[in-house]
Design a protein around this ligand. Structure first.
Ligand code: NAP
Length: 248
């Protein structure tokens, strides 16, 4: 049977999931927020832009057999909306979220709960590398030292007074991250706990260079929504959600 699956996307996992679902013949609709000007599109049908809150998302959920919230670990708004909408429609919903990072030998990590806390933690630094994305950069606007910001699209004001912007889309190699941090004499790195291998090279580079890292903790997950850590787990979960009578 052809399953109708809504994938809430904006991540590499969401693209890989959509690719695998299309390959096995499912009817996939991927949803992107529209934050990135030139996104890498997944195969299958794609819609772009918000649903207009829980109610709009519930309408979209009512039209599918299952949904996977494969949005970024820090996209807490859409994740909460998906849980609330699925609770009203009864549509099976899975959260696909890669595991967070854990420190290894040689890592000098400090955990904080928010971007504001991260900014306070690096206030005395002379050259901060901020990799938390272009949303929320206002938290770092008051930093007195040099601030290197990397994002896919140009960030908007307010930005730090001594800000250098690098526009780039990962993944990056350890060599590239090491060279960038050396070039800008970075003395502290700020990152969200995004997890996964795509953006982990900067952590290896920081360890190799002896640069401390400030990590922002993930927001909590909504209660009652099952969680998969890998695309393979999500594929198995979807295959088990055959809600149509007489389906295979
Ligand atoms: P958010 O704060 O959780 O969501 C804010 C609103 O944006 C949602 O209420 C929804 O609007 C809309 N939205 C978010 N994701 C959507 C999606 N996949 N499809 C349709 N509408 C969506 O989201 P965010 O943190 O700004 O992230 C936006 C997108 O960027 C997500 O798709 C996420 O996977 C991706 N992303 C985020 C980060 C990050 O650090 N936050 C990093 C990398 C990628 P309505 O209420 O109108 O439906």
């Amino acid at each position: 049977m052809t399953r109708r699956v809504l994938v809430l996307g904006g991540t590499g996992e969401a693209r890989r999931l959509a690719t695998a679902l299309v390959e096995r013949g499912d009817d996939v609709l991927s949803s992107l927020a529209g934050r990135v000007a030139d996104p890498v599109l997944p195969p299958g049908r794609v819609r772009v832009g918000g649903f207009g809150g829980v109610e709009g998302l519930a309408q979209a959920l009512a039209e599918v057999d299952a949904a996977v919230d494969a949005t970024h670990p820090f996209a807490a708004g859409i994740t909460a909306n998906a849980a609330a909408a699925a609770a009203t429609t009864g549509t099976p919903l899975l959260r696909l979220q890669r595991p967070g990072w854990t420190a290894g030998p040689g890592d000098d990590w400090r955990w904080v709960d928010s971007l504001d806390e991260a900014a306070a933690a690096v206030r005395a630094a002379t050259s901060v590398f901020v990799t938390t994305g272009r949303q929320g950069l206002a938290a770092f606007a008051g930093l007195p030292g040099a601030v290197l910001v990397r994002s896919v699209d140009p960030p908007q004001a307010p930005l730090p007074a001594r800000c250098t912007v690098v526009l780039a889309r990962g993944p990056f190699t350890v060599e590239e991250e090491t060279a960038l941090m050396r070039e800008h004499a970075v003395d502290v790195l700020v990152t969200k706990d995004s997890g996964g291998s795509m953006t982990a090279a900067k952590l290896t580079a920081a360890r190799d260079l002896g640069v401390p890292v400030v990590l922002v903790r993930r927001p909590p997950l909504p209660a009652g929504v099952p969680v998969a850590a890998t695309v393979a787990e999500a594929l198995t979960w979807i295959a088990e959600k055959d809600s149509r009578p007489g389906g295979d």
